[in-house]
Design a protein around this ligand. Structure first.
Ligand code: NZQ
Ligand code: ZN
Length: 387
């Protein structure tokens, strides 16, 4: 196990009606608040009114930014920056799924920065003194509620890129599983795949001797197997929603990659190209790509890790490493299918036309992945196999 620092400072307020504690939290950070949300779900569920009530109770002034779309656009980021600057906003409250929260992180980074906020994503600028932000999570998937990452898209160049800085970790995140009862089947399934994929990215690395991290990772994967289907069958199953929600945060707050060289993240980078071009749901893209990536990188040297997953997560009894690995990958594929997720690009109407450019963009900063390094040609081959 390698040396590491672990720092996950976000205060988590987890459970039923935790939104009622918002006023107390928010007054610790700001008096002028940007209240940001998506395209309408929080109005339908009544969460909007609860948040507004809390903001009034806290006695803060607030401005709204609404209409943040899935795969959030740079345009919304710039809109938010303008509102913050004009009104001297000192705190951002993001209410929604990953898209709303990520958009708010980019706003937080952009307010004190003179240039184009896109610069953060293309390594032209580093985040410095962002506005503090808090979140109320409504969809279990990305882990953004507890990490310092944000993923932003722009339509003009068909790019989707990440920015990342520890200073962007939310000050607090309110996680009430009841708020996810209204998430539809497609997003519930995609969210579950996303959580599992975050684990895969940090589990499939060349490191050895990280037993405890791997055991935590395996427990999160088993949680998704146990409760992913249950949440689809009964969207108001509190236990299922609660377990998925906490898994979402634990899967990408830095915990499972501690003591390791780095996460792999090749599959995420390839998926970001799919959703940049086609506005695809992130988790659906991962459901297509991950089994293909697994089959592509599997060889004698890497079989041990797939075999470990097969045994510890899926309970597969098989002595032979390679056979166990193959069975494990087949089980992942089968599980994603059972959630109603697609398994080929064809099913989501993505043609092969842009594979070349997508592969090039995925490798814009050099080869990707640590479990197996992938260059442009290999990325293209993975896309071809996903057809
Ligand atoms: O816009 P609203 O009305 O909020 O509707 C959303 C949206 O249509 C809806 N929704 C959210 N909560 C709901 C709800 N509908 C009913 N009831 C609720 N309680 O669900 C739809 C999808 O929302 P979105 O926020 O886009 O989903 P998700 O949380 O999966 O976020 C996806 C984005 O996060 C990025 C993805 O690439 C994508 O852009 N990621 C962010 C990461 C990070 N910051 O660490 C890591 C991930 O790997 C990922 O890349
Ligand atoms: Zn993801």
């Amino acid at each position: 196990m390698k040396n590491f620092n672990f720092w996950a400072p976000t205060k988590i307020l987890f459970g039923k009606n935790k939104v009622n504690e918002l006023a107390d939290e928010i007054t610790q950070y700001g008096r002028k608040v940007l209240f940001a949300y998506g395209t309408g779900s929080i109005r339908k569920t009544g969460l909007y009114d609860k948040v507004a009530e809390q903001l009034k109770k806290a006695g803060v002034e607030y401005w709204e930014l609404s209409g943040i779309r899935p795969n959030p656009r740079l345009k919304s980021v710039n809109e938010g920056i303008d509102i913050c600057r004009k009104n001297n906003v000192d705190f951002i409250l993001a209410v929604g799924g990953g898209s709303v929260i990520d958009c708010c992180k980019a706003i937080a980074a952009g307010v004190p920065y003179d240039g184009d906020p896109w610069d953060f994503t293309v390594r032209k600028a580093t985040v410095k003194d962002p506005l503090p932000l808090g979140t109320i999570l409504t969809l279990s998937a990305t882990g953004t509620e507890m990490n310092g990452n944000a993923v932003i898209s722009r339509e003009d160049t068909k790019e989707k890129r990440a920015l990342s800085d520890d200073s962007l970790r939310p000050k607090f995140s309110i996680l009430d599983p009841v708020l996810t009862f209204s998430v539809n089947k497609w997003q519930t399934a995609a969210g579950t795949v996303d959580v599992m994929s975050h684990i895969f990215e940090q589990y499939f690395t060349p490191d050895r001797g990280t037993f405890v991290q791997d055991a935590i990772a395996e427990a999160i994967l088993r949680t998704c197997l146990e409760y992913g289907q249950a949440a689809l069958e009964n969207p108001e199953n509190y236990e299922a929603r609660a377990n998925l929600m906490w898994s979402s945060s634990l899967a990408l707050n830095g915990l499972t990659v501690t003591g390791k060289m780095a996460g792999d993240w090749a599959t995420h980078q390839i998926e970001h190209e799919l959703s940049a071009y086609n506005d695809l749901t992130h988790g659906a893209g991962l459901a297509i790509l991950f089994p293909v990536w697994m089959e592509y990188v599997l060889d004698e040297r890497r079989a041990f890790k797939f075999a470990q997953m097969a045994r510890n997560v899926f309970g597969i009894v098989e002595q032979n490493e390679m056979k166990a690995a193959e069975k494990g990958i087949a089980a992942v594929k089968e599980f994603f299918k059972s959630l109603g997720m697609p398994s080929s690009l064809h099913e989501v109407d993505i043609p092969a036309d842009n594979f070349d450019h997508m592969a090039e963009q995925a490798c814009k900063f050099g080869p990707i992945g640590v479990f197996k390094r992938l260059g442009k040609e290999q990325v293209k081959e993975i896309l071809e196999r996903a057809k």
